[in-house]
Design a binder for this molecule. Structure first.
Ligand SMILES: Cc1ncc(COP(=O)(O)O)c(C=O)c1O
Length: 444
């Protein structure tokens, strides 16, 4: 890719007319809030037509380096040969029959081999369904209704039980909203307080093993012990950490085995496959070989389409055979170092830092008072796009080369020059449109 800077931030007419049509036809203009117009600066490419590795092309033919591809699902790269070849081969034999396909067993064996703590697995299409399945199993297993979720982890499911706990809870009954209570990460007393306030009521604790902070030694084990002491299950949502922190999951890296865990995103390099796995005695409630009440667990028309499971197997096999997780960390570390040096050159340390693990970097954008700022986030993304980089985060894939990372640092360096001027002269002077907004907000 040429490191050209885009003089015009306005997409040309084909992109713009497509964008207007999308808003006429689709609420919010697209099918995933995190991809919506309000998450990106004006002038960001409204549509991406194709991708190869970590590069993408918009509807106007402009090329960009992309980060956080497919909401972190595309870990290997767009149109990644071994994965699409496997999916294509499966497609040719038909994808959905009246009885299960053998590949369902192959895929289960592949995942269970990688995640040793998991004794059984059920596949589904998206992460939300997997976490919903964990919650339903926990409720059935414990005979309790309430769920304790980590307040510092932004997303667990699109279902009522979770969305009811956000600022966008319209349409969700109060009775459902009352079932979810929140504790803080690294704050064991806040979880103890929930168990004290709701004795015998909490079915499970749902959390990501880690997000931007590394767990302090012993913390996750203490959460597990506390949950078990109160008769609740521990559910690790490994949608992001799975196959990114470690091939065997963050649970392996941190040495704490949850009762149930959920995987998705990185599982199939962007194909729609997620998984709920865990202890056999709990998972089997979804089957028929027991005398307890049966649990309706993850059963959908499109549940185990063969081409998607083929993609999942090919992705997991690629992870096993190549240093994917290591490469994500190495590339992220290079980016973190170059970025920090560029920020320091512009005296922006403390305003534009990278946070999180090297394999999953997020950026801060702070204003003159060092408070998190959506207008400064918008400005930074706007200038990165001008430099040829789409970066709602700096989450790398296996396809980000050293050269891609270095070009990104160059683009950041130029963006920082504008950022520094905006800190002294006012951000509005430099913004070419409205600010981005958080997804979870009550009103438009
Ligand atoms: C930690 C976590 N859990 C669950 C989900 C839900 O996954 P999906 O969007 O595939 O339903 C997400 C999605 O962003 C997530 O980040």
């Amino acid at each position: 890719m040429s490191a050209r800077r885009f003089s015009s931030m306005k997409p040309d007419l084909s992109s713009e007319s497509l964008r207007l049509r999308a808003h006429e036809l689709i609420p919010g203009g697209c099918h995933t809030y995190a991809k919506g117009d309000d998450q990106f600066p004006e002038g960001a490419p409204p549509f991406i037509v194709r991708g190869s590795g970590c590069h993408v092309w918009d509807a106007d033919g402009r090329e960009f380096i992309e980060y956080g591809m497919g909401l972190r699902a595309v870990t290997l790269g767009h149109a990644f040969g071994p994965v699409i070849d496997a999916a294509r081969r499966a497609l040719a034999d038909g994808i959905n029959f009246t009885r299960p396909a053998p590949i369902e067993v192959d895929c289960a064996e592949t995942l269970l081999r990688l995640v040793p703590s998991a004794e059984m697995v059920k596949f589904c299409k998206d992460g939300s369904h997997a976490v919903d399945g964990a919650v339903r199993l926990a409720r059935a297993h414990t005979g309790r209704d309430m769920i304790a979720i980590c307040a510092d982890h932004p997303f667990f499911s699109t279902s009522d039980w979770f969305i009811g706990s956000t600022d966008m809870s319209a349409g969700i009954p109060e009775s459902t909203r009352r079932q979810v209570v929140k504790f803080r990460y690294h704050d064991l007393p806040s979880l103890e307080a929930l168990f004290r306030e709701h004795p015998g009521k909490i079915a499970c604790v749902v959390m990501e093993p880690a997000r931007t902070e590394e767990p302090r030694p012993g913390y996750l084990a203490e959460v597990k012990a506390l949950a078990h002491a109160h008769g609740a299950l521990l559910v690790f949502d490994e949608m992001i950490t799975g196959f990114r922190w470690h091939l065997r999951g963050a649970q392996h890296l941190y040495g704490v085995t949850p009762d149930l865990s959920t995987f998705g995103k990185a599982l199939a390099n962007g194909f729609s496959v997620s998984a709920l796995c865990g202890r056999r005695d709990i998972m089997r409630l979804g089957g028929s070989d027991h005398d307890r009440e049966r649990v309706f667990l993850l059963s959908t028309t499109h549940g185990a389409e063969t081409h998607e499971l083929a993609a999942a197997i090919a992705t997991m096999q690629f992870y096993e055979a190549h240093p994917v997780v290591e490469t994500l960390h190495v590339r992220g570390a290079r980016l973190r170092q170059g970025y920090a040096q560029a920020a320091a050159r512009h005296r922006l340390t403390g305003y534009v830092d990278l946070v999180g693990r090297d394999c999953n970097l997020l950026f801060t954008t702070r204003d003159t008072d060092k408070k998190p700022s959506q207008p400064f986030r918008t400005l930074f993304m706007q200038e990165m796009i001008r430099g040829g980089v789409i970066a709602p985060s700096f989450v790398v894939s296996y396809s980000h080369s050293e050269e891609d990372v270095d070009r990104t640092v160059e683009a950041a360096d130029q963006a920082f020059a504008v950022y520094a001027r905006a800190l002294s002269d006012g951000v509005e002077k430099f913004l070419q449109g409205r600010s981005v907004k958080p997804v979870f907000r009550k009103f438009a």
